[in-house]
Every structure is written in C-alpha cells, then in structure tokens.
Design a binder for this molecule. Structure first.
Ligand code: BMA
Length: 374
C-alpha cells in the first residue's frame, strides 16, 4: 500500500514538475500562485491530507494571544499544517477582524507560519455592501438580490469595490523577510449554496453570483495582486449532485481549488450520517477536480465541541478515505466567554484528546513538520 502510494506520488511529480528542488530552482519564473497550487496538488496526490485549524495560534479554549500557543500543539507537539484565517470586518477599517483577531497578528503569523513551511488559507465574512450596517448573515427568508445592486453603478458597487480593494491590499501586503509576497489560499463567497449569507442561493441568480466572482477577480487583478490561490467552496446544503455543485461555478479561469463545507451535526450514537453526507459531497468534489484539472480540498468541517470522543479517527478519517485532498480545515476554538460551546479541535484535557493524538499519528495526516516533505 505504502509503495503504491509512493509510486503514484513520484509519477505526479514527474508530470507536474513540482518537486521541492524544481520549485526552488524556478522560483524566479514560476508565478507565485502556481508554486502553492503545485505544492497543494503534490500533497493531494500523496494520499495524505494536511490538517488545518481556524485561528489556531490566535486563541484557544481557555487562552488568547499567548506566544507559541495552540490547542492543537498543546496536545500533539505540533502546529497544524494549515492556519485558516478570516478577514471579516477588515472593511470597517478597524484594526481587528470580526472575531477580535488583530489584523497585524494575522499578517505577522501568516509570515512566521510561511517561514516555518506552513500554509495559510483565508476566508471573508464581510458586511453587506448594499446595506453596510448589516453583517454577512441575513435573516432567514430574505430573498433580496443584494448582489444585483452591487453590480449596478452606484453606492453598493462603490462600497463593494472599496471593501474588496482593502482585502486585496491586505493579501498583497503579506510578504516574507525578503519582501516576496507569500502565496495564500483565498476563499471568498463560500457556502453560497445555502442562504444564510447575503451572497447565498436564495439571494442571487447564478449569473449574479458568478459576476460577483468576476468583479472580485477584476479588483485583485487591477491591483496586480498575484499571490492568491482561489478556492470555491459550496456548502453541502444545496449541492445534491454535480450539476448543483457547478450551477454557480464562476469558471475554470477563476478557480484553482474546489472544495466543500460539510459539518457533522449528528449525535454521539449516529456514526454513519456525517460520513455518508461528507462522502457524497467529496465524490462530487473529486470528480470536478479531476475533470477541471483543479486541486481538491475539504475546506471546512467539524463536530461542534467534538461531542463524539472518537470523531477524528472514526468519522473524519473514514469520510476522507480514498480521496485526494490537499487539506482539511476544522473551525475555531472559541473561548467560552466569547462564544460558549463553540470549538472544533480538542484542547488539553478534553475527552477526545487521545483520539486526536491517534489522528495526528496516523500516516494519512500531515501537521506542520510533515509539510517539509512537500
Ligand atoms: C462562524 C462562527 C462565528 C464567527 C464566524 C466567522 O461559523 O464561528 O462565531 O464569527 O464563523 O469566523
């Protein structure tokens, strides 16, 4: 089994020319986004998956902004391979994002994680440019076509352009010690197949949603921001099949990674529901990735409070088994004072700690040190 995996990985290297050595040699001529895309494809083809955690080093279950801290590292001795971030409320021009993480903390940590060989991914939960006082979430039942307003000349369009410009400037400002831009995955307009965000399915036509993507890319391109790997991540809601998954796909020229967000809402005694739902989605993702030449990823998942103590090895691993996924991200570990019962990785002393160590030690998972191979 191991040997077969190795042969498959070696074949991919030859095909894509993305060995570590080569990517260093051609660093001057390879577009910066391609370096990360090739690296992610290399990971996916290896049969392993890089583990990611949202806001991992910023705060955890009972701490915040302490040097060298992470609930994941406290248990395993290693940081996750992927640090996932969100830039929501950068558009309000304060110094923190929506969950209180200072933007300067994100900038500095993207840099240090990159220097350590880690990968950074970023989402964005912005306020509504057509109704700037309102945040990303809409009232249930809202069917206003906000995007349509943003696509017409006027205040909503100006606001969307200005806000997207701020995100583009921030991402463009992520640089290493040599002043080179750091490639990151950016995953805007996620979970659009549900209807809880202003860019959701009941609040736009497929064409309006695609045009939102096009405008976003236009704004980044006008500014010459070239360190972005673009991820498309429908929610499991609203994507029963490939046709539904692709209904709002902006096009191959706009997307590098195809992913999906699937959460486990099931109770302790039901092992199969999540696995079945996740695999149904990942089947679609795997097929689209293959047909469109894209990297596949499990862009968001988790079981809130990890209430199933063997969730990582008996649900998440079986859900991902057999798919070529570059990474999997579980959501944040909020401090109870900020949001109670809202964590997706265990912390030291939690009932799922031992299982998480098993997950860490499993040959199929990659944490920060394991990324040095890729
Ligand atoms: C949600 C929750 C919120 C948070 C948002 C953006 O799923 O975690 O508390 O504000 O993500 O990070």
């Amino acid at each position: 089994m191991k040997k077969l995996l190795f042969i498959a990985a070696a074949a991919t290297l030859v095909m894509s020319g993305c060995s570590k050595k080569q990517s260093t040699d051609v660093a001057d001529s390879t577009p910066i986004d391609s370096v990360l895309i090739n690296r992610l494809q290399h990971i996916a083809s290896s049969g392993k998956v890089a583990f990611g955690h949202h806001d991992d080093p910023a705060y955890g279950y009972r701490w915040q902004y302490q040097p060298d801290s992470s609930d994941v590292k406290n248990i395993t001795g290693q940081y996750p391979a992927v640090f996932d971030w969100d830039l929501g409320e950068i558009e309000l021009r304060g110094d923190k994002q929506l969950d209180g993480v200072p933007l300067e903390f994100i900038r500095a940590t993207v840099k240090s994680h990159n220097a350590a060989g880690g990968i950074n991914t970023i989402s964005w939960h912005p306020h509504n440019p057509a109704n700037p006082a309102a945040n990303a979430w809409v009232e249930s039942g809202d069917t206003t076509h906000y995007i349509a307003q943003m696509l017409q000349p006027g205040a909503a369009n100006d606001t969307l352009r200005a806000w997207t410009g701020l995100v583009a400037d921030f991402i463009g400002s992520l640089k290493d010690d040599q002043g080179n831009r750091i490639p990151v995955v950016f995953r805007p307009w996620h979970e659009h197949t549900g209807s809880w965000f202003w860019w959701g399915a009941n609040l736009s036509t497929p064409q309006e949603y695609k045009d939102l993507w096009k405008l976003t890319r236009e704004i980044f391109d006008e500014k010459g921001i070239d360190n972005v790997v673009w991820a498309y991540s429908p929610d499991a809601t609203g994507t029963p099949d490939e046709e539904a998954y692709l209904l709002r796909y902006p096009g191959d020229e706009y997307i590098d990674i195809v992913g999906t967000d699937v959460y486990d809402f099931t109770d302790n005694d039901d092992d199969s529901t999540f696995i079945k739902r996740a695999r149904q989605q990942l089947d679609i993702v795997a097929k689209v990735a293959k047909d469109h030449g894209k990297v596949a990823a499990f862009t968001e998942t988790g079981n809130e409070t990890v209430r199933h103590p063997q969730w990582f090895t008996t649900r998440l691993l079986p859900a991902m088994e057999g798919y070529e996924l570059a990474y999997v991200v579980v959501w944040r570990n909020a401090m109870p004072e900020m949001k109670s019962n809202h964590f997706y990785a265990p912390y030291k002393g939690h009932a799922s700690e031992a299982d998480f160590v098993k997950f860490f030690n499993d040959d199929r998972t990659i944490f920060l040190e394991g990324l040095s191979e890729f």
